[in-house]
Every structure is written in C-alpha cells, then in structure tokens.
Design a protein around this ligand. Structure first.
Ligand SMILES: Cc1ncc(COP(=O)(O)O)c(C=O)c1O
Length: 377
C-alpha cells in the first residue's frame, strides 16, 4: 500500500528528539523552532513526560467514556488552575478540529441558532463545520459548503457591528483565533476582541476563542485572547496540550449546560492522552514555561526586528511571524538544509513562522539569529 500523497514534505526522517532538538536517521541534529507545528510545548521527550507516560502505559493505555476516568477529572482540575478558568467545564477530544467542531455544535445547541461568524485568514481545522469556518476554499469540499458560516474582514469592528445589527439574534457563535497562525501570525486587535465580547453578550451568541495554536502559554499568557482583558465563553485547545500525544479540549463556561449524549467520542480523554496533558501542565507550572515564553519571545522579536531584510515581525511570546519583502521559501530551505534549523511557513508566502518549545532558550535563539543572517545572504 502507498501513502495517500497529500503532504509537500522535506526528505528528512526524524527518529529522535530531546528538548529543542531532533535528530534524523543519519544522526544529523536539527534545532526545532517549529515544534511540529506548535505541538511541542515542553520540549521533545521531556523526562517527566516520558516517565509518567511509561508508567501509565504499564497500567492501562485506554478505556472509553462509559466508565469513570479519574485522570480526566485530574486534568480538568489542573487545567482549570493553570489556565485561570477553574469554573469552566472540559470536554475532551483528539484534535484541534474536533475541539472547534464540538464548540460550534455546542453553541448551536445552546442558542438554537445556525449562523456562525468567522473571519478572513481564519484556520479552524478540517472537519465539516471547522473547515466551513476556515478561509480557504481549496480545502472546503462541496459537501462542506454552507450558508451558515458568514465571513467578515478580520479586525474590522464596523463590519462586525453592522452584521450584528442586521442578524444578531440569528448568530450562534463568533469563532476567532487570538493570533491567526496558518494565516501568517496576524494579531486580533484588543478593540476587535472586546467588540466581539460586547456583541456576543448583548445578542446571546457564544464567543469561541480558538486557542489551538495561540493558546497553552505560547503567547506569554495562557490564552492569547485574554491579552485584551476579556473572557470568552468557550476556549478550544489541542497542539501543545499533549506535547505530541493527540488530545483536544473544549473549555466551556459554566452558563453553557451539558445534556446527556449532546457530545461524545470514543478516544477522547483516554488514559494516555490525559496523562500526557497532565504531565505537560506539570512541567509548564514547575518550570515556569509561560514566563519563559514571554521573556525569550521578547528577546527573539527585538533581535529579529533589527534585520533590514525583515519587513515586519508579528506575534507574541513564542508565536512569531517574520515577514520578508519577498517569498521566504529559499530562506526556510537554507535554514533547514544548510543550517539544520526547522522553521514553519504560512499561507502568506513571505512570512516565516517560529513556534518553538516554550522551553527554548536565548542561546538557542542566538543560534537561529546567526543562521538567519547567513540564510538571508
Ligand atoms: C488555530 C487552529 N485551529 C484548529 C486547527 C486544527 O487542529 P488539528 O490539526 O489538530 O485538527 C489548527 C491547526 O493548525 C489551528 O492552527
């Protein structure tokens, strides 16, 4: 059997990882400033993570949601504490798309409405409603096309107000990334997020903060949206939550009530996934990784701004977009093949993304800066 050929891949086989580094099958070491697309939050093969997962696997790896799973309660407790949302409720799934799909369904159930507002440049995943709320016609199959999703221009307060004035009581939810990731590290303005909060409250709609990429401490606080001083009704998480073990979370405000059978999943919240997520939170807490993301991110952005070849640096914490004056693919390739450093691309051809582990150090950023200078030549 051949693989279904959908990924434009580099011919590198990663076989080992430790901290901010990975090694290929030829023993070549790479500095990983991409984290497998913002997934590696605490570093590769962190010893606490490996120990907890190994011990858990020796006990039991999986059981489904027809019995009580105390690890889910332990995770909910820890996540409530670290995220600052102790009153919220947690629904566990397996990916970012599922976390968003469930958030959107829940908003529709709760409001008994059908319309969803999403924004230009948004990426919310590839399941049916998540992809319909994603601003990329190429990945929306005909069966996923729907009039229920309304796209408005990102950060346009006036257009958003107009839309609510016209059909506010039909809107089930507004879904937005605090910092658009795939869209090229575009920041939602504080004013825009505050307006979403005011309008959704006024019209009884649900504010969904897609934190799959920008959440979990990456922006220097737990949820990037909260930089605007607001609290959303639902936060969705995945990526960094399990440091590579698939897990998604839909964090739900107390006023949204569950009903038996309303949401469900076979794999979501299994023993291994919960253990991975508990280990991640433990390491984030014990090693002060959110503070580190803040400090190292600021250092990196200041240094990168000084390059004359850089048009703009966007982002917060360790979610950094470097926009060049020209397409960045050559620089990215040179970083990988000449300098052995992984970085990410985005839908904006000129923008390179840095999404390293939250434990990355200034010294590792210096290695990047030196290589970046050479790669730009
Ligand atoms: C903001 C955002 N939401 C949702 C998703 C989908 O996550 P997953 O690929 O885990 O389904 C992504 C993935 O890149 C994302 O960046």
């Amino acid at each position: 059997m051949k693989l279904f050929d959908v990924y434009p891949i580099y011919d590198i086989s990663v076989v080992k990882g430790l901290g901010s580094y990975v090694w290929d099958d030829k023993g070549i070491k790479y500095l990983d400033l991409y984290g497998g697309h913002a997934v590696i939050s605490i570093g590769h093969s962190h010893p606490v993570y490996v120990k907890m997962l190994t011990e858990q696997l020796q006990k039991i790896g999986f059981y489904s949601n027809f019995v009580r799973l105390p690890l889910q309660e332990q995770l909910a407790q820890s996540l409530g504490e670290v995220s600052g949302l102790p009153d919220f409720q947690l629904f566990l799934s397996n990916s970012g798309a599922e976390a968003n799909e469930n958030a959107l369904k829940l908003a529709s159930f709760a409001t008994n409405r059908k319309k969803i507002i999403s924004f230009t440049g948004a990426f919310h995943g590839r399941t049916s409603l998540a992809v319909a709320a994603t601003d990329n016609p190429k990945i929306i199959a005909p069966v996923n096309e729907t009039d229920n999703v309304i796209f408005l221009p990102f950060n346009d307060v006036e257009k958003l107000k107009k839309c609510f004035e016209n059909i506010g009581f039909e809107i089930a939810a507004v879904i937005i990334e605090g910092i658009q990731g795939v869209g090229g590290i575009q920041m939602a303005s504080d004013d825009f997020l505050k307006t979403i909060r005011q309008l959704t409250t006024h019209y009884g709609s649900v504010f969904i903060a897609d934190s799959v990429q920008c959440g979990y401490g990456r922006s220097g606080i737990f949820f990037a949206h909260n930089h605007a001083g607001i609290t959303a009704d639902i936060y969705t998480t995945a990526k960094g939550m399990g440091n590579g073990i698939p897990i998604g979370g839909t964090l739900i405000a107390p006023h949204l009530k569950p009903e038996m059978g309303m949401l469900g999943t076979t794999f979501g919240g299994n023993h291994i996934a919960c253990t991975a997520a508990i280990a991640v939170l433990e390491v984030i807490k014990n090693e002060n990784l959110i503070l580190n993301a803040n400090k190292v991110g600021q250092y990196a952005m200041e240094q990168i701004k000084a390059f004359k070849e850089v048009k703009e640096v966007r982002g917060r914490g360790l979610m950094i977009g470097i926009e060049l004056y020209e397409p960045c693919d050559k620089v990215r390739k040179s970083l990988i093949f000449d300098h052995k450093i992984f970085t990410g691309s985005s839908s904006n051809k000129n923008t390179l993304r840095l999404l390293p582990s939250l434990a990355v150090t200034n010294a590792e950023i210096d290695i990047f800066l030196d290589a970046f200078k050479k790669a730009l030549k």
